[in-house]
Ligand binder design. Structure first.
Ligand SMILES: *Cc1c(COP(=O)(O)O)cnc(C)c1O
Length: 356
């Protein structure tokens, strides 16, 4: 039996995606060659990239201003690539400091221009999303992290502004319906909700490009990647293929509406269980809780370790909180089944009965 995989990333993928991916490593599309053995400029692979782009555009319902890129370097590279391409040295970008990933993005942006941290929830251990802030008119762009993977908060409503919004959606991409055209740049590492590690999705409104005066190395220049249709150099072919398989799976299952529906069911079951059992505690403000990563704890450390042991015995992995945060974290990405959440909530109830 497969394990109940609550890993935060790399994380659970649909079983059929794994089967199709392993088949492609041996014999891709019946051509008697491995996906890993063919050139990235062959029609075989160009078809993979083109179908992936179309599926991204279709699932997100993007208008024609948007370009879809598949790049190397993880979401972390985007912390640097965004300001490099969008922010002049004497200009100011606004950043929301809502967690560890956002604060890393802030440090990187400071290398390239001025950063105005307009909202921070650091004072409360990042347990909420700040909602009231003012954006000065001369702000070049606003950067936020739509889902805080480590801290367990999520933006459920986005600021209304004419200033371009850049969003790191690494841990909740394709998990819900949104008006994606309200963002001018969206990026996401694939390994949480859309495939294997090694590729990042970048979606850009092309009208925001070409406005900085510095020289940009071509390999970091979004415009060069757009011109080359994500084939500027050898792309991470396997990771892109796994993303394509995952995108096909999302569409087949019912698209973002169905992913959202499932996320609602799974997360409400989990949070209701936490809230009903005094042994467990979730410090995240209710309205800001993440539907992807539930962060909670058992106050007594000895019991918490005992709980983690029981999870292990029951074939549940990835329940331990982030190394700097501690506590417990249950990640509920698209490919995690409701059965897995039912299994852990059952364990929680039995555990609370035994030890309360
Ligand atoms: C995991 C994560 C990152 C870092 O991703 P890498 O691909 O490891 O660089 C950045 N932002 C968020 C929100 C994440 O969850």
């Amino acid at each position: 039996m497969r394990k109940h995989n609550f890993n935060s990333g790399p994380s659970v993928l649909p079983k059929e995606v794994l089967e199709q991916a392993s088949e492609a490593i041996i014999n891709f599309n019946g051509i008697n060659l491995s996906l890993l053995e063919i050139g990235h400029r062959t029609n075989w692979f160009v078809d993979v990239i083109e179908e992936s782009k179309l599926l991204v555009k279709e699932l997100m319902q993007l208008n024609n201003n948007y370009e879809v890129l598949f790049l190397h370097g993880g979401a972390t590279t985007q912390f640097m690539q965004v300001p490099l391409n969008l922010l002049n040295e004497n200009e100011t970008a606004a950043y929301c400091d809502n967690g560890i990933w956002g604060s890393k993005a802030i440090s990187e942006a400071k290398i390239f221009g001025k950063v105005n941290v307009i909202a921070s929830s650091k004072d409360q251990n990042y347990n909420y999303i700040p909602k009231s802030f003012t954006l000065p008119d001369n702000t070049k762009y606003l950067h936020l992290t739509s889902n805080n993977t480590v801290e367990g908060t999520q933006w459920h409503q986005f600021p209304e502004t004419t200033i371009p919004i850049v969003a790191d959606m690494s841990s909740d991409i394709f998990s819900r319906q949104l008006n994606f055209n309200q963002f001018q740049l969206i990026y996401a590492g694939a390994q949480k909700n859309m495939g294997a590690a090694g590729v990042s999705l970048v979606v850009i409104d092309k009208n925001i490009l070409g406005k900085v005066s510095r020289q940009i190395s071509p390999i970091l220049d979004y415009r060069k990647h757009i011109e080359a249709a994500s084939l500027l150099n050898t792309p991470p072919v396997f990771a892109i293929y796994v993303a394509l398989l995952t995108l096909r799976w999302i569409k087949k299952e019912g698209g973002l509406a169905e992913m959202e529906n499932r996320a609602n069911k799974k997360s409400s079951l989990l949070y209701n269980t936490i809230d009903s059992l005094p042994l467990f505690e979730c410090a995240i403000k209710k309205e800001d809780r993440s539907k992807m990563n539930a962060v909670f704890c058992i106050k007594e450390e000895v019991l918490q370790n005992k709980f983690l042991e029981e999870c292990k015995e029951e074939g549940m992995i990835g329940v331990k909180g982030y190394r700097t945060v501690g506590g417990l974290r249950v990640s509920m990405y698209n490919a995690l089944s409701l059965e897995s959440v039912e299994a852990i909530t059952m364990l929680m109830k039995n555990f609370a009965n035994k030890y309360s």
